[in-house]
Design a protein around this ligand. Structure first.
Ligand code: AMP
Length: 399
């Protein structure tokens, strides 16, 4: 990240009697017209309650799915309005278009304690195009701006980027603030030893992350499918495990760079393997580094779990991005479970990022025991990769 990490916050605003545009992440899964998982709605409540307590009028905006610039009832936020009413315990007005006369009228006639939810931002093509005219129409709805949609800050879209030119300050919501504090801390001066655990499917997706972390961490524990590209780059036989041939030189370069920087890299020293991804069965333990012909590694084995746990036990800070095995298919979740348990029983400050990692932690009921689980998949990856996120850059720096 370039520039200051400290952003102006909703807590710096005097919201009393003001209409406050709040960009939230209500991109929730729907099932038969009902909200199937309300985690993201719940995550927005602290900011909304803060504004309501100060007698401000929250005007909520979000995208949902990919309607590609035209109204589509399959992506309406109406079911979210219903769930939000129940969660907030206060009235939530809903308007069928996020800009225009009806929305403006509604924004001016809210009564104390009431919130307004706007229809899907992506029903207008201007949202994803970061169109300044669309942003100006949104800005007409409010006197102040708060962005609490961390999951959307890596996209230069009108409601997170262009709109900010209309508000001074453009502020971070409470959830956004927490994300920037925790993730920013991982790039600042985290307590040592600093251990990064990386997994997931694709090396190519994580190259920037690894490069940004290498000069900062003391140890890097690599599992998941990506570990096989690294093992292969070291000349180890990995059977039919997933190897990204194009990433082999990159992986070799990373291993060399780690060696010269004195970073301890741990790759799997044993595995839980199967015949194929389609038919993983119960799997069997491959006791060494090399995997026999015709078998594919789908999880780290018990010796690797123990080696990872030893590094984690003494860590001051742990960052975890990406499951270390095919966690959706038991017993290939056991490696990720062992890692999660090692983290929560350590004294380390613990931060998890990435949608799959969050899902794995939720399935183990261990998410609450982490210091912070990021709500942004792509956004947290880009943040930790050191990229500038348009929706964070657009917020006003704290001087
Ligand atoms: P990513 O989105 O890159 O973080 O990848 C996460 C996905 O990688 C999850 O669906 C995991 O089940 C999967 N995964 C983890 N380890 C392996 C493995 N050894 N082989 C194949 N897929 C894996």
């Amino acid at each position: 990240m370039s520039g200051s990490m400290k952003k102006m916050s909703v807590r710096d605003l005097d919201v009393t009697g003001k209409r406050v545009f709040v960009r939230v992440d209500f991109n929730v899964p729907l099932d038969g017209g009902r909200v199937a998982d309300d985690t993201r709605i719940r995550a927005s409540l602290p900011t909304l309650q803060w504004i309501l307590r100060k007698q401000g009028f929250p005007i909520l905006a979000s995208h949902l799915g990919r309607p590609k610039g035209t109204p589509n009832p399959a992506y309406t936020l109406a079911p979210v309005a219903e769930r939000l009413r129940a969660l907030l315990g206060s009235p939530v007005r809903f308007v069928p278009d996020c800009v225009g006369e009806e929305a403006e009228q509604a924004s001016r006639t809210l009564v104390e304690g009431e919130a307004l939810l706007l229809e899907n931002l992506r029903f207008h093509a201007g949202e994803e195009k970061n169109d300044p005219r669309f942003a100006e129409k949104l800005a007409r709805l409010a006197d102040a701006y708060v962005n609490d949609a961390f999951g959307s800050v890596h996209r230069a879209h009108a409601s997170v980027a262009a709109i900010c030119t209309h508000f001074h300050p453009a502020t971070a919501g409470l959830l956004m603030e927490r994300e920037i504090d925790y993730l920013g801390g991982l790039l600042g001066s985290p307590a040592r030893p600093y251990v990064a655990i990386l997994g997931g499917a694709k090396v190519a997706d994580k190259v920037e992350l690894v490069k940004n972390l290498l000069p900062r961490v003391d140890a890097m524990l690599i599992g998941g499918a990506m570990a096989y590209t690294f093992l292969s780059a070291r000349g180890v036989d990995v059977g039919t495990s997933r190897v990204e041939k194009v990433s082999l030189p990159t992986a070799a370069g990373i291993l060399d760079a780690a060696a010269s920087a004195g970073v301890r890299i741990h790759l799997p020293i044993d595995h839980r393997a199967a015949a194929s991804l389609e038919n993983p069965g119960e799997g069997e333990i491959v006791p060494g580094e090399a995997i026999p012909e015709g078998r594919m590694g789908l999880d780290i084995g018990p010796k690797t779990c123990a080696a990872f746990a030893r590094e984690i036990a003494t860590a001051g800070t742990v960052l975890w991005n990406g499951p270390v095995g095919l966690f959706e298919h038991p017993p290939f979740h056991l490696g990720s479970l062992a890692v999660a348990e090692a983290v929560v029983s350590s004294k380390a400050l613990s931060v998890a990022g990435g949608g799959d990692t969050a899902a794995a932690l939720a399935s183990f009921s261990l998410a609450e025991k982490f210091s912070h689980v990021s709500t942004g998949g792509g956004a947290s990856l880009e943040f930790l990769s050191g990229l500038t996120l348009p929706g964070v850059a657009a917020l006003t720096d704290r001087s």
